[in-house]
Design a protein around this ligand. Sequence first.
Ligand code: PLP
Length: 296
Amino acid sequence: MTKTALALLNRPSLAAPPHREGAEPFVLVDSGQPHVRVLDLGVTRGDGVFETISIGAGRPQALRAHLVRFARSAAALELSEPDLDAWEAAVRAAAAAIDPVPEAFVKTILTRGVEGEGRPTGWAYAAPADDFTAARRDGIRVVLLDRGYRHDVAQTSPWLLQGAKTLSYAVNRAVLREARRRDADDVVFVSSDGYLLEGSTSSLLLRVGDRLVTPGVDLGILAGTTQGDIFAFAAQRGLATEYALLRPEDLQAADGAWLVSSVRHAAPIRRVDGVDRPVDSEFTSALNSYLVSRTE
Ligand code: PLP
């Protein structure tokens, strides 16, 4: 066993040739060694898609939802359709190959491959998760940042790939640096016409009385697997759930607000643009207990 593990896909897509004829669907390799070629379009152009899957007590969480979204993102980029059986086996093998820890993650990466070869590259990398205790317990400070696209960008301009989980995450990193400059930890993107969207790598969730509300996935945002599971959890507890168009005033007025995502899980929002807001500690810990202990 090792601290990190890497499964290299021999044939990330059945629609494209394998890397080695007749080889196993994936092979576990030394994650400390180089394996990606310098002309891979994932490296040179960010031309690929990815998923980050939480591993709780060794078991992948929301795995099916992640794989479905992986395939949807690949379709948006017109990449060869991923062979989800091979990917699922690679995720499970990478997760099982690391030293046991309570919380880990597996990142799946599918790229268009080396320019001109017509053969995608794929790998699944497993490692222990960072410690998010403080973010989950004490909350995070966010700033609202204009994303620069209208709320209907996915319908008007699908070529912008809003809502696909592509490797082009330089903007999602840049906004975190902007957040730090503004003395905050994360951001909530707002459409150019004033609607709340999502975090840099998370979905926005509000609690209004007995209702959980999140922005609709037709707004060019990612359909969050964590948010999806939270809605199922809420339904079991008799809470109503809703997808809605939300404005910054709705965030200010909400009884609870969180950024939710795989691995960090539910981080309550305790300050928006420098203004403190209440944290619902009880519901936050119920959410995180549920999220941490999910099985599939
Ligand atoms: N929105 C964006 C932009 C993300 O990158 C992510 C996750 O990385 C999410 C939302 C949350 O998705 P999930 O809950 O499936 O991790």
